[in-house]
Each structure stands twice: as C-alpha cells, then as structure tokens.
Design a protein. Structure first.
Length: 326
C-alpha cells in the first residue's frame, strides 16, 4: 500500500469512528432520558398513592370521629351534682386531677359536674375522656341488678372490689366500694331494665373479651351507666346501639378507625354498618378486633393511655385513646 492510498482511506475510517461515537452518545442520551422519565413517573405515582391514601384516611376519620362531634340522645341533667352529693365523686379530688393537667373546670365541664345540663350531650374528641369518667361514676354508683348479681359478684374473682372499674375509681369519698350499686340515681322500669340487660350483653370493648354486662374496667362501667341513662329517657333500642357505638368509637379511636377501614375495604361504608354487629364479639372484643386488625394496615391516628383515673384526661385538645383510668 503506497502513501497515496493510505491518505485516501484514513478519512473514511475516521468518519466511521465518528459515526459510531455519535450513535453511542445518542443511545446513552436515550437511556438516560428513559431512566429520568421512569423515575419521575414512579415519583408521581408514589405521590398520587400517598395523596389518595391520606385522603382516604381523612375521609374515614371524619365518618368515625366527626370533627364537630356527635349529639347523643340523652340529657345529663343534674346527675353530676347528684354523684357529688352522694360522694360517688369527690368534687375536690376530681377537679384537682383536671386542673393539675391544665384543664380548667369551667364551662361545660363545671356544669356537667355540679350544675344542671338541660340540652342533649355532645361528645367530641376533646371531652370524650371527661364523659367517660362521669359515666364511669354513674355506672359504678347507680343501683342495678347487673352489679348486684352479675359476673362482677362471682366469688372466683375475689369480690367486686378487685376490678379496675371499682378499685381504680380513686376520686370518690371514702372507699369506692362504699358506693358500688348503692345509690338510686336512675330508676328503671322492668322493661327498661330488660333492655339494658339485653344490650349490655351485646356490647364489647377492644381492651378485653368481656361485655358491658361484666363491667370490670372503666369503659364497661361507663357504658353501663350510659345504657341506664338512655333507657330511663326512653331512647329506642336501635338508637341505643347507635349511640353506644359512637361512645366506643370516641373511647377507642384507633380501634374503630381500623374496623371502619376494614369494612370500607370490603365495600361497606361506615355510615351503613350495623351498630349492633360492630359492637359484637367478632369486632369489638379484644380477640375479635385482633383478627380484624390483622387484615388491615392503617397509620395510627391516636395516642394510647393507661389505666388510672388521670390517664384519659387530654392536656391539650387532641385525639386520644381513653385508658382504663380517670
């Protein structure tokens, strides 16, 4: 090969190399662009799913725990003052617990404890714990056959005074058992008592496997007091179930948000559920709830609390799980 031929071929090879280089650069650019588009689409999809999930949680929360609260079918009247009068509530001890936590005993709280409330009660995220304690005192103190001859009196448990619902009531005058089923604060006809008996056996709570007919913790005792009040004021059975579910939902917010999520994932809107079914052993008992929770994944919305009288008192307005204490 002479120099002339060599000089002629060199430009051809150079052009091929340049062409190949250009193709490589173009291919790399396409790959990088595709990767960028894929990443962005993935990010947008993730954001969309997150937004949808948050929106769904907010929607369910508003159905279970309406921000405006729910009006209950009962008037509290002067029951608070009566509880104070008979000593089932020591007003000074009771007030000290709340004020010690930065909750002033004024307005609604003061009226419910020592005055007369004429309108229907309204439960909110803020006052749920307070109502729990008032109904706990009522359930404990009001004379009722359920307390006199029900599961609470079973000798196998060592007496009614050994439960959280009795021994845990630390804001009475004297021993809490001095007030256990001792005061005729609410009088029921036999028909009304039968209704309380029936419904109490069908209402469970996520903290244990006992029904309201066995009110061994504060939630059970409070629900008993609430049922007695509703029955005495002529509330229908259907409305009693509905109101009971409302109270349980505000007292166990995390649990019922989970149950509501489970129901809605199965195509049943929370506003259409059967309160009686939701309060039953398959959903509201500790064992029933555990099975439901294992099928649902939802972010926690509430804070838990313990089993003392002061455990259910919100220091600042927030969604709080009511514990087994005042």
């Amino acid at each position: 090969m002479n120099n002339y031929e060599l000089n002629i071929k060199m430009p051809e090879e150079t052009m091929k190399k340049d062409y190949t280089l250009h193709l490589s650069i173009l291919a790399a650019a396409v790959i990088l662009a595709s990767a960028w588009v894929y990443t962005k689409n993935k990010e947008l999809t993730s954001l969309s799913r997150k937004s949808t999930s948050e929106s769904s949680v907010q929607s369910i929360t508003e159905k279970v725990l309406p921000s405006e609260g729910i009006i209950l079918p009962v008037r509290f009247g002067n029951i608070g003052a009566e509880l104070v009068k008979v000593g089932a509530i020591d007003a000074e001890k009771f007030t000290a617990i709340y004020e010690g936590r930065g909750v002033p005993m004024s307005g609604e709280y003061k009226i419910l404890l020592s005055g007369k409330s004429d309108g229907n009660l309204k439960i909110t995220k803020e006052n749920a714990g307070y109502l729990l304690n008032l109904f706990w005192a009522l359930g404990l103190a009001n004379k009722n056959p359920i307390l006199d001859s029900g599961e609470m009196t079973n000798k196998a448990y060592g007496g009614a005074g050994n439960f959280a619902s009795t021994g845990g009531w630390i804001v009475a005058k004297g021993n809490p058992m001095d007030h256990y089923s001792k005061h005729k604060l609410i009088n029921l006809t036999q028909e009304q008592q039968n209704l309380v008996e029936k419904i109490s056996k069908g209402i469970y709570r996520p903290c244990c496997d006992n029904s309201t007919h066995f009110p061994d913790c504060n939630h059970g005792m409070a629900m008993l007091g609430f049922l007695e009040m509703m029955a005495s004021q002529g509330v229908s059975e259907q409305d009693m179930w509905k109101a009971a579910l409302t109270l349980n939902s505000f007292w166990f917010p995390d649990n019922y948000l989970t149950i509501a999520t489970y129901m809605e994932s199965n195509g049943i809107d929370w506003t259409s559920v059967s309160p009686k079914e939701m309060l039953g052993i398959n959903y509201s008992s500790a064992s029933g709830y555990k099975k439901i929770a294992s099928k649902v994944s939802v972010p926690s919305q509430q804070g838990g609390s313990g089993c003392g009288v002061d455990a259910s008192v919100p220091v600042v307005p927030k969604k709080q799980q009511s514990g087994c204490g005042v």
